[in-house]
Design a protein around this ligand. Structure first.
Ligand code: NAD
Ligand code: DAU
Length: 334
């Protein structure tokens, strides 16, 4: 089997490539990644001699055409992914997440290649705090941010190409991932690397917003379950029953790192900040037999803290730039 992994130098994509190379020696992997600020080529160092790597954008029809010709499947992780950045400048999100997905769809249609499109639970908007309600595959789309609206658009495009042109595609919408190789702009790595650099963690607003955390390896195992056994045209929600408030997660990080519980700064809240995400993953568990293997969040978080502690050369080059951008944003919000 030959798969093309777009966005394979980013957080989830690099973990997917590493896991695939380690566990599926029969699968040939080609990574297509334009290496934006969010990519880190060194995440692929240990597998680099066992994959093909192409630097290029999913928005470039010629490159996409050449890379996917003859492949069996494309797994599309490539996206602009950070909500805060999409509030500052939505345009790259519209270009990569919407137009790039359309370019991929056009190419897989012409070459009759299977596509698995990686999406997010944020397409459903948010849920109230403290209700038992969860997202299912039937929840209507109600995205809040430019990022989530662009991902919602990409999902609609995939469904349109399936229905109108018979493209062989599947979609998954996953909740918040954590684990190694995640960019330091994101919540968990930002707080861990703040503590490691002697800075205080930063909590948006009162920290009551809830995210449904899943270890990145569990997400990627679910993607393989869909590639192996998923029904063409189907959508699968992926989550591991990991709901926690940001305040609670930050408390766990501080405790794991031996810091006092109040050793953080409350900073201005994100505009339009979604309150709560929660996934009902019944369909993928029932139909594909997938189960999260790393559902012990405290253990996964401790492993993640240790990974960032052990790998400063991976995250420290970009850290100061990310923090100065956040500081400028916080100053302009006051
Ligand atoms: P990331 O920001 O860490 O990585 C994105 C990767 O895509 C980078 O390597 C970047 O260089 C590449 N890329 C960006 N634009 C590109 C383009 N035009 N052409 C080719 N490559 C391009 O993102 P991530 O957190 O790994 O997310 C991967 C996918 O999973 C995204 O589609 C995201 O919407 C989705 N997702 C993420 C989460 C999460 O918690 N991180 C949860 C659910 C779904
Ligand atoms: O739900 C899936 C989504 O999860 C993915 O589609 C996105 O690509 C991914 O970035 C993530 O989106 P979030 O906006 O939930 O993740 P982020 O890490 O930016 O923030 C998580 C929560 O933490 C959110 O409620 C905002 C809050 N936060 C974030 C940062 C960076 C803070 O309180 N402080 C911070 O410094």
């Amino acid at each position: 089997m030959h798969i093309v992994v777009t966005g394979g130098a980013g957080f989830i994509g690099a973990n997917f490539v590493r896991r695939t190379v380690d566990t599926r020696p029969d699968v040939r992997v080609t990574v297509l990644d334009s290496l934006t600020y969010a990519a880190n080529e060194s995440s692929l160092d240990e597998v680099r001699d066992r994959i093909d790597f192409v630097k290029g954008s999913i928005t470039d029809p010629a490159v996409v055409d050449e890379v996917i010709a003859g492949a069996d499947a494309v797994v599309n992780f490539a996206a602009d992914t950070h909500n805060d950045n999409s509030l500052n400048d939505p345009w790259p999100f519209l270009d990569t997440n919407i137009r790039g997905t359309a370019v991929l769809l056009d190419a897989v249609r012409r070459h009759d290649v299977r596509l698995h499109h990686i999406s997010t639970d944020e397409v459903f908007g948010d849920l109230p705090l403290d209700t038992p309600e969860r997202f299912t595959e039937d929840t209507p789309y109600r995205p809040s941010s430019p990022y989530s609206a662009s991902k919602a658009s990409s999902d609609h495009l995939v469904r349109a190409w399936v229905r109108s042109f018979g493209v062989r595609a599947t979609i998954s919408n996953c909740s918040n991932n954590y684990g190694p190789y995640q960019h330091v702009e994101k919540f968990i790595p930002r707080q861990i690397t703040n503590v490691l650099s002697g800075a205080r963690p930063k909590l948006y607003g009162a920290g009551l917003n809830v995210r449904d955390w899943i270890h990145v390896d569990d997400h990627n195992d679910a993607v393989w379950a869909i590639l192996d056994r998923g029904a063409i045209g189907e959508t699968y929600l992926i989550g591991a029953d990991g709901e926690r408030s940001n305040r609670e997660v930050l408390g766990m990080i501080l405790e794991a790192m031996g810091r006092p519980a109040d050793d953080f700064d409350a900073v201005p809240d994100r505009a339009g900040h979604d309150l709560r995400y929660a996934i009902d993953a019944t369909r993928i568990r029932r139909d594909l037999g997938w189960e999260p293997a790393r559902a012990d969040f405290a253990q996964g978080l401790a492993d993640t803290v240790n990974w960032y502690r052990d790998n400063p050369s991976w995250w420290s080059p970009g850290k100061a730039g990310v923090e100065s951008a956040y500081a400028r944003r916080e100053a302009s919000d006051v």
